[in-house]
Design a protein around this ligand. Structure first.
Ligand SMILES: *Cc1c(COP(=O)(O)O)cnc(C)c1O
Length: 418
């Protein structure tokens, strides 16, 4: 049996423990929801104040040139690229994940229309995040394609000569299951299909090697593990072998080769710059840069592979402690137990009361979230979560279950955002 003292000892020996100092965590809160909204870095508020007061307030429009505002999508993109195995100049931070998915899925379908017009199928996972499926549904209709949703091994088995694109989220938002990006990309390419990867629950959470996997397109989220703040810009990456072949359909002026010529005809910029659309969100990009910097601060300590090792130890410990200490309370650990198949989260299910248990835990200061219909979801961010935190979170869960406080009416009222 693991004791709390064992966990305290693990924290004492953890070379990444000092990275927590980069954040302002509210006292008394155990935050296990960095997979939904990352926490506030200490650097963010002063940096945003500087952008607002000096760059905007004093510098006014001159800051587009003098404060490097126009370069922010590339500058922040280059930093994110280091976390996902992409090269400098290959990735931009812009727009939302949903919008970026629309761009890259459109481009991949357009490429296949030229290269292999008989291919009319988009394959994805049935339990993929809804926005990904909604965007794919809309584009399938527009391009005369069919969206086929499958689970597990049936995905690879379906990759035949009618498939245009395999569109997957690398780490499943509900189960925490991690796909083998290299193997699935190879299988897709062997079948003549292109790949679109959504890294919403991967960037900053697990090591990603887009270049090594020879992936085709990728998008990801700025406000989850990248700690960019609510509604932070997302990112988009296209492999250099494709990037200049097709224009994405949101042909706004910031993706133009020469926006300030104000020419009537659209000419896409070279490279990933054409995947921008309109004016960069300067204040949000400045905040996102602070968030990404908190991950790059781990580079001297082993970077993403060191963070990954700690994340796996945290999620393994959480699952083990739930089974040991909450046995007999009807919880099932549904995230994969095999390290290679698990992202940085652990999901539990319970046939009754999952929503209310999450609310009761929040009242105890342990913040996870609920995903309909029966999932209690806990994200583990190794930058600021320790082993004793995991022990304490499970202890609160045990108390909530033992005392049955979750049955109180106040924990059973649904808010708009779960
Ligand atoms: C969080 C998440 C999104 C969010 O998309 P937005 O456009 O930022 O709302 C998209 N896809 C997946 C897989 C996600 O986990």
């Amino acid at each position: 049996m693991t004791t709390r003292d064992d966990c305290v000892a693990l924290d004492g020996a953890d070379p990444l423990a000092a990275l927590r100092e980069q954040f302002d965590l509210p006292p008394g809160t155990l935050y296990l929801d960095g997979n939904s909204l990352g926490v506030l870095p200490r650097a963010t508020a002063p940096r945003v104040a500087q952008v607002v007061q000096q760059e905007w307030g004093a510098g006014l429009i001159g800051s587009w040139n003098h404060a490097g505002w126009m370069d922010l999508p590339q500058r922040v993109g280059d930093k994110i690229a280091r976390l996902v195995g992409a090269g400098a100049g290959e990735l931009v931070a812009a727009d939302s994940t949903s919008v970026n998915l629309f761009k890259v899925l459109s481009a991949s379908l357009a490429m296949q229309r030229t290269d292999a017009p008989r291919r009319k199928v988009i394959v994805s996972e049935r339990s993929n995040f809804p926005t990904d499926l909604y965007i794919a549904e809309s584009l399938a209709a527009e391009h005369g394609c069919e969206l086929v949703l499958l689970d597990g091994d049936a995905i690879t088995a379906r990759l035949g000569n009618d498939v245009a694109v395999l569109m997957l989220t690398h780490v499943n938002y509900r189960t925490g299951r991690l796909h083998d990006m290299a193997a699935l990309t190879r299988a897709a390419h062997d079948a003549g299909a292109l790949t679109v990867w959504d890294l919403a629950h991967s960037a900053g959470a697990v090591p990603v090697d887009l270049t090594g996997a020879q992936a085709d397109f990728a998008v990801g989220c700025g406000y989850k593990y990248l700690n960019g703040g609510p509604g932070a810009p997302a990112f988009v990456w296209v492999h250099p072998r494709h990037v200049d072949r097709f224009r994405q359909p949101l042909s706004g002026w910031i993706g133009h080769a020469a926006p300030f010529e104000f020419a009537p005809g659209y000419r896409p910029a070279a490279g990933i710059a054409r995947y921008q659309c309109g004016t960069p969100s300067v204040i949000q990009l400045a905040a996102l840069e602070c968030g990404v910097d908190t991950l790059l601060a781990a580079e001297p300590h082993g970077g993403m592979s060191a963070l990954r090792a700690k994340s796996l130890a945290l999620t393994r410990l959480f699952a083990q402690l739930v089974e040991e200490r909450c046995a007999g309370h009807g919880l099932t650990v549904t995230s994969p137990r095999e390290d290679a198949m698990r992202g940085s989260q652990v999901c539990l299910t319970r046939s009754e009361g999952a929503y209310a248990i999450v609310q009761a835990l929040i009242a105890h200061g342990v913040v996870g979230d609920f995903r309909a219909p029966d999932v209690l979801r806990f994200g583990f961010t190794p930058l600021y979560t320790g082993f004793a935190d995991v022990w304490d979170a499970v202890e609160h869960l045990r108390q909530v279950l033992t005392a049955g406080t979750w049955r109180e009416a106040r924990f059973n009222q649904r808010a708009a955002v779960t």
